[in-house]
Design a protein around this ligand. Sequence first.
Ligand code: MLT
Length: 264
Amino acid sequence: MRVRVNDIMVGYSEQGAPDAPAVIFIHGFPFNRSMWREQMDALAEEWRVVAYDVRGHGESGGGEKSFSIKLFAQDLIALMDTLEIERAVLCGLSMGGYIALNAILTHPDRFKALVLSDTQCGADTPEAKKKRLNAIESIEKNGIEAFTDAGLPNFFAPESLESRQNTVEHVRSMMSATPETTLVKTLRAFYEREESCSKLQEIRVPTLILVGEEDKITPPEAAKLMHQKIEGSQLEIIAHAGHLSNIERPAEFNDALATFLGSL
Ligand code: MLT
């Protein structure tokens, strides 16, 4: 399904009863909403589950504006208005977590709980900024396939690369389907993103933090830092998972998510 949100059309999927409490899923980069399939199926009996494509990704238009985490969070709030979701549980993975943190800090009344998966509150370090610029240069010079081939293994725990071929191929197809302009504009948005660690004590809703034990991109240390700063938050480290813990270890991820949602 697609709806108009701000200056773009946004692709989204929805399951469950329209009057059930809402859970909104935000995917990582450079993926799309299909990465949440197993979580949507697992929760749809009790929740209104919504997953959408972030601006420029999946079936969502990119528009003419430069990208920023702030703009992505504004799109989320406008989507909630359009879908008449007054308050939701927000679940974001990696880039989805950057968006979730921005949205909850700017619109605290719109969210009743938060799930932060394989993400971080810090801005890019000078070294990370340099990598973003190199990635942009390489995409512009060598195209998406080279970017996908180089980046793909970093998302997974070694065990997943060996034993979860279908999952790896799903991730490859999401990456190669992402337009080059989206890759470049989103990498610039990451380069410029502000830290939110200093504001995490403002978060007053129940929060679950999940991270793959072998996440190399946003490692368990980044999750532990958020756990220390968000009062009352819970931390679950998922064994044998890398950066994409929800698709590498869906059973463990879904158990943690269902237990948390059940406690609300
Ligand atoms: C993601 O999975 O969304 C990205 O790895 C985030 C990032 O590169 O900072």
